[in-house]
Design a protein around this ligand. Sequence first.
Ligand SMILES: [Zn+2]
Ligand SMILES: [Zn+2]
Length: 341
Amino acid sequence: MVQSKEEIKAKARESRKKYAESSKGKIKRKEYNQRPEVKAKIKEYQSRPEVKARNNARSKKYSQRPEMKVKQKEYDSKPEVKARKKEYSQRPEVKARKKEYSQRPEVKARKNARQKKYSQRPEVKARVKEYNQRPEVKARVKEYQSRPEVKAKVKEYQSRPEVKAKVNACSKKYYQRPEVKARVKERHQTPEYKANRKIRRETPANKAKQKEYSQRPEVKAKHLTRSRKPEVKAKSKLVSDNTRLKVLQIYSKRLSNSDIPCCKCCNLNSHIEFLVIDHIAGKREMDSIPELVKQDYSSNFPTGQLIRWIIKNNFPDGFQILCHNCNMAKGFYGKCLHEIK
Ligand SMILES: [Zn+2]
Ligand SMILES: [Zn+2]
């Protein structure tokens, strides 16, 4: 029987394989591999970069097979393996190496990036939130934050210029969100907030602070520039016109029973520009009325401030609305000429 070249080769391969798998072949191979010159050759071969890379890739692929992962996990959880690992990782040289490694900038950056990505996963966020809201955790955090050394550290951190700038930018951005703006506005309009604000503003310390602030040259200058803008002027005129009208209306209603502002003496009501707020007992004389003194009344109030004071004190008695004529006459003669006649 004639065999082809291919058949002969295949047969030879088969028999080599059989031999290599036999116990005799295995022993021989082991012996061969342990000859110093062979060992050196193997070592040289395995240290070639391309071989190393290939080996690494292969072993990585191998260790990522699901069954291998399970096996590895099983192996890692054996007590003796755990103990060995622990012992290893606590050797000073290993610790030092680890530390050196974890402090390399690129390693740190990688770690931070990974952590950030992880902490931004929705499920992780939810878990963290849930954890932070547990009463015992909250209590622990509170206790920690109230320690003097921690407080000092926080304060120091927050006073760093770069941190301040960052916090400011952040909070500015936050308060500019439409939904936040709406929420703040809503809160500011609740009666309890308004009441609290009033109390806060009226404390002596706060008043002093406000005064000090408004008298700083740069603040004064800013106010002045602002108040000169046409749109600001127009708006403030509108506001003062409205508040003046309110005062005129209330006293006219109260003393003349008129829905339209009018002179208490002659009933003139054609133009509200002709009307003034008159101090019934006399401007200076009212400085000595105890109730008014208690409310910080002063005869030195300019008109605008008098109007604000009247509104703030809920329209106290002692004022009436007159036209300029009746008011002048009262000033000159003590009584309006309408009354004398
Ligand atoms: Zn009049
Ligand atoms: Zn009159």
